[in-house]
Ligand binder design. Sequence first.
Ligand code: PLP
Length: 350
Amino acid sequence: MTGSSTDHMLKVTWSSSTGWGVPEIVPYAPLPLDPAATVLHYANECFEGMKAYRSKSTGKIRIFRPNLNAKRLNMSADRIALPSFDNDEFIALMRAYVAVEERWLAWSGNATFTVGDDNDFLYLRPMIIGTTPRLGLARPNDAMFLIIASKLPSWHSRPLRLLASSPAETVRAWPGGFGYAKVGANYGPTLQYQTHAASLGYDQVLWLFDAERRYVTEAGGANFFVVWRTDDAAVEFVTAPLELGTVLDGVTRRSVIELVRERMPDIRVTERQFSVDEIAAAVDSHRIIEAFACGTAYFIAPVAGINISGQEIPIPLKVEGKSGEYARTIRRWLEEIMYGETDHAWGVTV
Ligand code: PLP
């Protein structure tokens, strides 16, 4: 994912004695930061990833379920010893910031536009960093909340090829760790293996843990779902559970689960531990239907194949080169809400 930053940033500072200060929206610029700031030594940093969406038919801008990002930011901040941020204030600041940067979201005024066309969005990156200059190991007394935005190219949902990690060599998260938090410390250590996967032609790493059972957790910066037929011929969506703390509680993951439960009542949605061997067995026995990764950046991205211990496991794509049927349907439902083509409580107007 590459992109260019927009021209403003939002900034608020915090100190343990006075709390959060007054937010400012200022021109985008490098930060003055003491080289001893705790963020640079002890990784006191957490962030969020969101998008602002412009409807090309109405011109209105929406953000999607920002209350979930606000809660998750606070959960991450707590895990990495940073101060919490008021949820309503978070949403108010996101809206104020997007309103300033709205010129980065083109509006063609094209009333014949339909969902799924080349919609326009702006990627938003709120974050908190610890700024106290101190080499001693202690909770920072100073912090900064920032929002920046970036114009990312549209992700056209090209089917992904995944390289399953070898848990004996590298793991992303483990029970009792902090894989559930959106802290920078979760991402830096994945880049070495991600670079290895990319050098072999894979788009993302499918992160596994537990050497023996090879449980599936996530696909790079996205949650992972597999859809298969069970022994009693039901269609089942399966994704890794949250309880072990090894996966992020993705806003997209949660929305997929809720929409499928609400709108496809005949389909089972199961959050449980499952292994790559179960996926291979479902492919072998032709019970596999589709698999997809989901997250704010990649949205709903179909998975075309997984390399498991050197063996290529192909996942069927119903329409040649495109998403499976379920992924496409869910993608359309979500786009309708995100772009405001449907009125829904999850779409918050800026
Ligand atoms: N898992 C990880 C590790 C991520 O970084 C992300 C992206 O934020 C996700 C899952 C998907 O989360 P969301 O749907 O909230 O973007």
